[in-house]
Ligand binder design. Structure first.
Ligand SMILES: [Zn+2]
Length: 235
């Protein structure tokens, strides 16, 4: 039954191809690359958040300074007005207005100080996170390179195995090959087995001696199959 031995060789290559494809889908370099990618994206997002916080603080400071100038102008006007007032009640009302303005001005100054601290802190953080952006970017580039190399190696192996499969299947009849392909869809681990002593390599069950004898005596156009799992048996 040489045809089944040839088919068994095809199957060994098919299994090697499946294993290589599985390795390709689960490369450790792929997990490292994903890890490096998230670290890089996180650093970029952190830097953007710091920049935004700093810009927002800067915008608010500009607004506060504008308000401060307006209040200063109002205060100057009110103080000038104060010098011309004689009636005590009017003076009191004006003084109240001046105090309110001065309080508002002081609140603006306090807020501006807070914001200047924010800008200063952002500047410091920006330097640290900026260097993290650089280092994670470099790590990502090298992880990408390693992943490409690992993929290329496995793809080359698959290409080589595929060529080997084509060469091996040339000696197997097309009808047997298509029966094998159909059988293997249901049995991805193998559609052709061998006997190790009385044991089928497909299902690991023993065949009775009488059954093994019967398989040996089958006519040439009938292919031996394991009575337990239905694999072709390459005797
Ligand atoms: Zn079996």
């Amino acid at each position: 039954m040489g045809a089944l031995h040839d088919l068994y060789a095809v199957q060994l290559t098919d299994i090697a191809i499946s294993q290589a494809q599985h390795r390709l889908a689960h490369l450790p370099e792929s997990a490292s690359y994903q890890f490096a990618k998230s670290a890089s994206q996180k650093a970029i997002a952190d830097l953007a958040a710091i920049d935004k916080q700093s810009t927002d603080a800067g915008t608010e400071i500009a607004g506060l300074e504008k308000q401060a100038h307006e209040i200063d102008a109002t205060l100057a006007r009110l103080n000038k007005q104060m010098k011309t007032i004689i009636a005590p009640r009017e003076a009191e009302a004006l003084q109240h207005e001046i105090t309110t303005c001065a309080n508002n001005r002081s609140a603006l100054d306090d807020r501006e100080l807070e914001l200047l601290e924010v800008v200063e802190r952002c500047d410091k953080e920006s330097v640290a996170v900026g260097s993290r952006v650089e280092s994670t970017r470099e790590a990502l580039a090298s992880a990408e390179q390693l992943l490409r190399a690992a993929r290329a190696a496995v793809n080359a192996e698959i290409a080589h195995l595929s060529e080997q499969r084509s060469a091996q299947s040339l000696v197997v009849s097309p009808s047997l090959l298509s029966t094998y392909d159909a059988k293997r869809k249901h049995r991805p681990d193998g559609a052709v087995s061998k006997l190790n002593g009385p044991t089928c390599s497909g299902c690991h069950l023993d065949l009775p001696t009488s059954e093994i004898d019967r398989l040996h005596k089958l006519p040439a156009d009938e292919l031996p199959e394991c009575p337990h799992c239905g694999c072709f048996v390459a005797l």
